[in-house]
Design a binder for this molecule. Structure first.
Ligand code: ARG
Length: 443
């Protein structure tokens, strides 16, 4: 049989696998990045087999040194994938056999690629999930730091994208810190559920060999071993949860980006990207565009699609392992990669961006933004809120019909509608004082 078409299970069919079927079914291009995880899991499995008396100490040593060598070939980009390698597990098994000979044939005892890939994927999710958590913390740091620089930079807060009330830029940026905090919580929570070792479940029903999954779990740093092997080989909930967490994180990044796109427009002009972070137009010489923010907004759509792919792939699967599960990797990688890349680039862009505090202040200085402050001052004076609202709304209507701002309403006019309130109300129209009234730690 040609070496390139020999499979791990070829003895069953007795003929070489059709080239087209090999190409359709193989996943090595996609799952090779699990190689470090496959090596870690194989090292722990071999150590367990030796302790259980299923392989000799010499064989275990040979397997371990072969696996280490294989890992370093992979890290140096020297590992060659053979034409017949179906997936990362086939690569490891073939190369290990080339490196150490007969002992390699003993490594697969008590193990199936079904529990192996489920283990690799959990290890991968753990290491990549932790990186995303680190990237979230960095973006939060920048948002907090830029916020601290702008604790007193007043800008309009919006509802319905209409100017509503004055807020500080710190508070606006701080809202994203909160969203990211929840994202980090969701990812950590998903990682807790991923922290269960499937290895030992074998194909679906466990093994007749005296395996010790507890030992393997300890070696790999898993908190627990799976209780039901049929669930263990087919469970991808952790992947769905992580990708959902990444999708919601991307939705948050996308909202931040939408704010930035608006702020970079001439209409707002609250913000500008550092020139090194801005993009231009091949046609219009004057353009300075915030493409990074737009691409992040666009990529959030793809990660939402990744969640849908995973859930749809899972929903009709009969127990236990089905080959459909091989399709779990692209959405998992894409969710994690996109989230991480987006967090990193937004951190860089925000660190260097400039805020035009004069423009923001001018936009926040419309006295109408303090109409609520007036109503609340009336409430403090004992007026029922509904009446206070009506008094101020009537005054807004009257003054704007006369082409005056709310700040130009005279004390005597307020006194007419709320006796004795005039002096206090006219004094309210100071935007910095208004900010300090709400953001108590701004002085
Ligand atoms: N490459 C497969 C996956 O990613 C694992 C192999 C399972 N193959 C099998 N015939 N049981 O899910």
């Amino acid at each position: 049989m040609p070496e390139s078409r020999r499979t791990l299970w070829g003895a069953r069919t007795g003929v070489p696998l059709s080239q087209s079927v090999l190409e359709y079914t193989r996943s090595v291009d996609v799952d090779l990045r699990l190689l470090p995880d496959d090596v870690d899991a194989s090292l722990a499995h071999a150590a367990m087999l030796q302790r259980a008396g299923l392989i000799s100490a010499d064989d275990q040593r040979a397997i371990a040194s072969g696996l280490q060598r294989l890992r370093s070939e992979y890290e140096k980009g020297e590992l060659v994938v053979a034409a017949g390698d179906e997936d990362v597990h086939s690569v490891v098994e073939r190369r290990l056999h080339e490196l150490v000979g007969e002992p390699a044939l003993r490594l697969h005892s008590g193990r199936s690629r079904n529990d192996q890939v489920a283990t690799d994927l959990r290890l991968y999710a753990r290491r990549r999930g932790r990186q995303v958590l680190g990237a979230i913390a960095e973006l939060q740091d920048v948002l907090r730091a830029r916020g601290e620089q702008h604790a007193r930079s007043v800008m309009p807060g919006y509802t319905h994208l209409q100017r509503a009330q004055p807020v500080s830029l710190r508070r606006h940026l701080g809202a994203y810190v909160e969203m990211l905090e929840r994202d980090a919580g969701r990812i950590s929570d998903a990682l807790r559920r991923a922290d269960v070792l499937p290895l030992g479940s074998a194909a679906l029903a466990g093994s007749t060999l005296p395996l010790d999954p507890g030992f393997v779990a300890e070696q790999l740093g898993f908190a627990a071993t799976s209780r039901n092997p049929m669930d263990a080989v087919s469970d991808r909930d952790f992947a769905a949860e992580i990708v959902f967490s990444c999708a919601l994180l991307m939705v948050h990044c996308s909202r931040l980006c939408e704010d930035m796109v608006l702020w970079c427009s001439s209409e707002f002009s609250f913000m500008s990207f550092d020139n090194a972070h801005a993009t231009g137009s091949s046609l219009m010489p004057q353009k300075k565009n915030p493409d990074v923010a737009e691409l992040a907004r666009g990529r959030s759509a793809r990660v939402i699609g990744d969640v849908v792919s995973l859930l749809t792939m899972l929903k009709g699967l009969p127990l236990a392992y089905d080959r459909d599960l091989q399709e779990d990797k692209r959405p998992l990688y894409d969710g994690l990669d996109t989230a991480q890349e987006t967090l990193v680039i937004l951190t860089e862009v925000l660190r260097a961006a400039r805020f035009d505090t004069e423009r923001m202040r001018a936009a926040a200085s419309d006295p109408a933004l303090l109409a609520t402050d007036v109503a609340e001052a009336l409430v403090r004076r004992g007026v029922a809120f509904r009446q206070a609202h009506e008094i101020v709304a009537t005054m807004v209507r009257r003054s704007s019909a006369e082409g005056r701002s709310l700040a130009e309403v005279r004390a005597a006019e307020w006194d007419e509608v709320s006796p004795g309130s005039g002096a206090e109300l006219v004094a309210l129209f100071d935007v910095d004082a208004a900010l300090a009234r709400r953001e108590a730690d701004v002085s």
